[in-house]
Design a protein around this ligand. Sequence first.
Ligand SMILES: Cc1ncc(C[n+]2csc(CCOP(=O)(O)OP(=O)(O)O)c2C)c(N)n1
Ligand SMILES: [Mg+2]
Length: 683
Amino acid sequence: MNSQAAALKPVAAVSESDMANAIRALAMDSVQKANSGHPGMPMGMADVATVLFSRFINIDPSAPNWPDRDRFVLSAGHGSMLQYALHFLLGYDDMPIEELQRFRQLGSRTAGHPEYGHALGIETTTGPLGQGIATAVGMALAERMLAARHGADLVDHFTYVIAGDGCLQEGISHEAIDLAGHLKLSRLIVFWDDNSISIDGPTSLSTSMDQAARFKAAGWHVQSVDGHDTEAVGAAIEAAQQSDRPSLIACRTVIGKGAPNLGGSEKTHGAPLGDAEITATRENIGWDYAPFEVPDDILFAWREIAERGQAARRAWEQRLAASPQRRALESAVAGNLPDTVFDALGAFRKEHVEKATKVATRKASEMALSAINAATDLTVGGSADLTHSNLTITKGMDRIAPDDYAGRYIHYGIREHGMAAAMNGIALHGGFVPYGGTFLCFADYARGAMRLSALMGQRVIYVMTHDSIGLGEDGPTHQPIEHLAMLRATPNLNVFRPADIIETAECWELALKSKTRPSVLVLSRQNLPMLRQAHSEEAHSEEAHSDEPHSVENRSSHGAYILREPAKHRAVTLIATGSEVEIAVAAAERLETEHGIAAAVVSMPCWELFEEQDADYHKAVLGSAPRIAIEAAARLGWDRWIGDTGAFVGMTGFGASAPAPDLYRHFDITPEAVAAAALKLII
Ligand SMILES: Cc1ncc(C[n+]2csc(CCOP(=O)(O)OP(=O)(O)O)c2C)c(N)n1
Ligand SMILES: [Mg+2]
C-alpha cells in the first residue's frame, strides 16, 4: 500500500459526499493539467463509485490479483480518471499522485483509457464502447464456472460494471445482455450512467430506447435510482446482490456534477472544464484544497476501504490453505496446462503421419481437440451457433446452462462479437483457456473484441472454419477474401492456417502454449491430404540431426518450413498456406516431371512466427530462386514474402457460389496455373 497511508489518522468523520468530491477534484484537475480527457463522467458517477467502493467492493490493493476479488470494469473507459482517482485514493502502490499529474502522457500508467497491464487493478482494457460490459459477461460467467468446480467457499465474487449511454447503444451490448440474462449471471451488476448526454448532445438526438424494458426483456433484474442519492444507490446494490439474475442499476446522474455552469452539458464530456469553471466548481462543492491535494481525513477514509479488502483476502487465503481444492484452483488460475496435453498431441501427430489421415482441417481440429480436452479440463469451448460446422465440441463436454455452470461448452448463440468479448473476460478472469468458433468470414463481426484480445495479450483461441472459396456453395457472402490480411495486420495475434492434420495439431499446440498472445486457427471445410513427408524433413530440416521422431517435432513452430526440397538446385520456390499447400505440391511435381524444373514447396502456416525467425532461417526457407505465393485470398501482404520478382496465385475479387472444385478452376487457383506462373517467371 501507498506509504502515505501509514501516517494517516482520522481527524473527523468523513462523509461519502467528501469522498466523492475527492474524485471530482482529481478528475477535473488531472484533465485540466493534461489539457485533454473526460471530466464529465467521473464527476457524474463519483457518488455511485464512492458507495460501491466504500460499502461493497472487495479488492485488496496490496494483492491486486487475488483470485476471489470482486472485478470492477469501467466500461465507459473514457471516464478513465474515475478509475485512476479511485486507485490513488485506495492506495495502489503504482498509483501515486504523480501518476495522476502525468495523466495521458507518454509512459505514464494513466493512459487515456484504462489499459490492462498498465496499472495494477485494471481488470480489462476499455475505451471502445460496449467492450467492457461484454467482457464483464465473460468474467461473471468464469466466476460461476470456477465456483461450480471449486466451491462457493473459494469462489464467490461479483463483477461490477460502469457503463454509459454509449456502451448501451453499441450493438455488442445487446449480444452481451442477452447472453448474461439467459445464463442468469446473478453476480453481474451493471451501473448505467444514465445522464442522457453523449458527445453530440442529448441522447434524445439518436435514441428513444427504454433501456429498463430492454434489460427486463433479456431477463435482468432492473432498478432505477437517483445516482446522487447515496442511500438509494446503496439499497439498490444490496437488492442487486440478492437477485438471482444479473442486475442493471440505472443511475440517473448529471454529467459533470458539481460544475455550476457546465454540469449537465455535453461540454463536460471530453474537454477540460477550464480554470474559471474549475474555481467555480471548487466553491460550489466546498472543495477548499489545491489541485492534487487530498486532505488526510478523506484519504484515510478511502484507505480504510482497502483494509476491509485486505481482511477479506486474508480470510480467503486461510480457507484456501485448508481446502482440498487448493492445488487444483491454484493451478487453474495460473493457467498451467499439464504436460499430458502436449504428450497427447505428440502421439496424435505420430499416429496420423503414419496413417496419412486425409481430413478437412476443421475435422483435424476436432480430432486434436478430443485429445486436448481429454487431457485437461481447463479448456472451455464454444461456438456462435456453428458447433457442428466449426467442430468445436468433443465427447463428454457438458453444456453450460442457466443455473448449471459445471459444464465446459458454451453455446454463445449467434453473437460473434459477444462471444469474442466473453472469451476475453474468461481469459482475464483466469481459471480457463477459452476457445470459440465461427466462420472465418465473420471475424469481421468479432473484430472489435479480437483486437482487444491482441492488445491485452490474452490466450484466447479463435477457431475459424470455412476459410476460403473452398467452402463452396454458400458463395461469396461466406467466402473470406480480405480476412487473412486483416488478421495478419493485427499486432500480437498469431494467425495459423494449417495445411493438413499434422499442422493442425501443431498449431493447436502453439496456440495453447501462447500465454500472452491470442491465436486464430483458420481451417478448411474441405478434405485435405496429409502432406508431412518423412524424407523432406530428414534431408533438409534445419533440425535434421534431431533425435526426435519427425512426427513429434513441431515444424509449424517456425512459422514456415520447407515441405518439399527438390534434389536439384531450386529454380523456383512455391509458398502456400492451408488448402493451397496441396496445390503447390502438385504444381512442383508437375514442374519437375513435365518441365524438368526444380521447385521447392514451403508451407507457411503462421506468418507471425516465421517473421520471428532469424535471417539465416528466412534465407534457408525462402531461398534465392523466384517465389510464387499461392493462397485463395487477397494478395495484400504477400509481396513481403515474394519480393519484387515474385508472383501471386490467389483471389482478386469476391468468390462465387458453386462446388469448391469448380471455384478453384474458375478462379485459376490450380497446379496448372501455378506451373504456368512459374514457367513465366523462369523462362
Ligand atoms: C466504439 C466506440 N465508438 C465511438 C467512441 C467515441 N466516443 C467516446 S465517448 C462517446 C460518447 C459516449 O457517451 P456516453 O457513454 O453517454 O458518455 P458520457 O458522455 O455520458 O460520458 C463516444 C461516441 C468510442 N470510444 N468507442
Ligand atoms: Mg451519457
